[in-house]
Design a protein around this ligand. Sequence first.
Ligand SMILES: NC(=O)c1ccc[n+]([C@@H]2O[C@H](COP(=O)([O-])OP(=O)(O)OC[C@H]3O[C@@H](n4cnc5c(N)ncnc54)[C@H](O)[C@@H]3O)[C@@H](O)[C@H]2O)c1
Ligand SMILES: [Zn+2]
Ligand SMILES: [Zn+2]
Length: 360
Amino acid sequence: MPHSVRAVVARAKGEPVSLVTIEVPDPGPGEVLVTILACGVCHTDLHYREGAINDEFPFLLGHEASGIIEEVGDGVTNVAPGDFVILNWRAVCGECRSCRRGRPWYCFDTHNAIRKMTLDGVELSPALGIGAFAEKTLVAAGQATKVDPAASPEAAGLVGCGIMAGLGAAMNTGGVGRGDSVAVFGCGGVGNAAIAGARLAGAHTIIGIDIDARKLDLAREFGATHTVDSSREDPIEAVRALTDGNGVDVAIEAVGLPETYEQAFFARDLAGTVVLVGVPNPTMKIELPMIEVFGRGGTLKSSWYGDCLPERDFPMLIDLYLQGRLDLDRFVSETIDLDQVEEAFHRMERGEVIRSVVVL
Ligand SMILES: NC(=O)c1ccc[n+]([C@@H]2O[C@H](COP(=O)([O-])OP(=O)(O)OC[C@H]3O[C@@H](n4cnc5c(N)ncnc54)[C@H](O)[C@@H]3O)[C@@H](O)[C@H]2O)c1
Ligand SMILES: [Zn+2]
Ligand SMILES: [Zn+2]
């Protein structure tokens, strides 16, 4: 029996989202039905709504979620009804050319549910294959990762995207280690998670950069040793001044703009690493002197989902949180109802929140 549930859908490019009733099918083989407890509002949801990811409207938004497994399809063994899970958008296939080479965090063929959720008979495109601004959603079993149920659902849900993307950009992609210097451009949910990750990894100098002073206050709470307001001063000069004139070992771009990417590129030390975790739109271009790309050496990387493996990383991050070593609660600026997602987008654009979290 399909389930009729309330959900937040983006019907057309740039239009406000609407709260509607959708149909969620029973899980097929290898699928699970999840009752959503909490789902964070990530900037990527807004990118979907703006048509910046692709044109496959209508989108079922929401992808930073925790919930309880309600029903499992045939052959599912990793979770059972009643389990507390965080949803992920990297259910690795184990068979693609990347998985076979022992690099599953780049899996090129991740699993999503095959059965479709619908609105008035029209198939929905769930954001990042999840779609969790909904009372229930349907995902592939590998997209549900069991974690300690002692964690608060709001905090745990955030691990499912922004926290993992930011922490992983520093710890996995950037390879930040003991004694490194790190600069993070953009101190929203993702950037501040990168700052927290750099601190956990033992970075010596952590510079948070933003154009919004409120975000810089938060950056200091998450572990920035220095902050730079780039609406007031040149961030490249400021980073060099804080690093004996050298630049940082790892520069992380967590905005998704050409301007901040170029700042990250030039704020890095020789042989340093640039990590792009911010998502650009399809029209953006960067222009760099090729001699600088060559002459500075080092590495230019992109980070999808912090190069994470959910089964390895989510339980570990929840353990760190429960031990008091990773303050996930501080990322939750407010909790809201399902009908307040549009307003939460505006709050995000105005810089008033790091994360609004829908609680069901
Ligand atoms: N790669 C991934 O896997 C992944 C995952 C989640 C989110 N993202 C992307 O990461 C980016 C950040 O997401 P978020 O949820 O933290 O967004 P957010 O809106 O909470 O944060 C963006 C921050 O950038 C700051 N900013 C804007 N313009 C700036 C500029 N010119 N210079 C410096 N700072 C500036 C804003 O003040 C804000 O604090 C988005 O592009 C999002 O789509 C990527
Ligand atoms: Zn694979
Ligand atoms: Zn996200």
